[in-house]
Design a protein around this ligand. Structure first.
Ligand SMILES: Nc1ncnc2c1ncn2[C@@H]1O[C@H](COP(=O)(O)OP(=O)(O)OP(=O)(O)O)[C@@H](O)[C@H]1O
Ligand SMILES: [Mg+2]
Length: 226
């Protein structure tokens, strides 16, 4: 993402599991696709684990953006794995047993999971949610990939994810949120890096827009200090 790499001093650290939390429409799915496609452009295989949108909806929205998702799927640079949230038990079993091997066999360098909020809804209790999240993060790390998880923000406390667990399995947290625009009416978007283990990063609140190239940081930083 233009500008984010600079904020981090050079992109997501390799092998990290990074969480992007945000309210609906803040661009989580868009960021996930963008992350994978920039990997494909650099010759890194990517996997999109989708619990929300169907493969067709994802390719359609990428097509509207003019992004080469279909080409990447055809060339094998990108795969989409759709986990149907209705198949609760099958998915939980798969994540804990087969997924680590599947990811290693695919040889993926980047993984996006959209979203862990839906994944968490598959489990009835917190210990099971925690076990699933840890298994997923371990499978991604075990495959040697860099991972982006997306999560819905809690509408009452938009600085944390709805489940309040995903932050703890992640090495880094990006917060996507709304802010009042300068004209006082329109609502703009802003991004903040809440944490990035083992990395010196900026802590400024950075306005961004969603345009034809996806999420792009506004060059004018709103710096609220460290
Ligand atoms: N093809 C497109 N061209 C321009 N802007 C788009 C396009 N597709 C989506 N957007 C914009 O991106 C915004 C965010 O979309 P996205 O689906 O990534 O949000 P999200 O955070 O995943 O939302 P949700 O929580 O509902 O899944 C949309 O509201 C829309 O304004
Ligand atoms: Mg989405």
């Amino acid at each position: 993402m233009a500008g984010l790499d600079e904020m981090l001093g050079g992109g997501f650290p390799r092998g990290h599991v990074v969480l992007a939390t945000g309210l609906p429409g803040t661009g989580k799915t868009c960021l996930a696709l963008q992350f994978l496609l920039s990997g494909v452009a650099a010759g890194e295989k990517g996997l999109f684990l989708s619990l929300e949108e169907e493969t067709e909806a994802l390719t359609e929205s990428a097509r509207l953006f003019g992004w080469p998702v279909e080409e990447a799927l055809r060339s094998g640079g990108l795969s989409i794995l759709r986990l149907d949230p209705k198949e609760t038990r099958g998915n939980l079993h798969r994540i804990q047993s087969e997924l680590p091997r599947e990811l290693r066999q695919l040889g993926v360098r980047r993984i996006a999971v959209d979203s862990v909020s839906l994944l968490n809804m598959l489990s009835d209790d917190e210990p099971s949610r925690r076990a699933t999240l840890f298994a997923l993060a371990a499978a991604c790390r075990g495959a040697g990939a860099t991972t982006l998880l997306t999560a819905e923000a809690d509408p009452r406390h938009p600085e944390v994810s709805r489940d309040g667990l995903s932050e703890y399995v992640s090495d880094g947290v990006l917060l996507l949120g709304y802010r009042p625009a300068e004209d006082g009416h329109r609502v703009g978007l802003s991004l903040r890096i809440l944490k990035m283990r083992r990395t010196a990063h900026l802590r400024s609140v950075q306005p961004y827009v969603i345009g034809p190239h996806g999420l792009v940081l506004d060059a004018r930083a709103v710096d609220f200090g460290p």
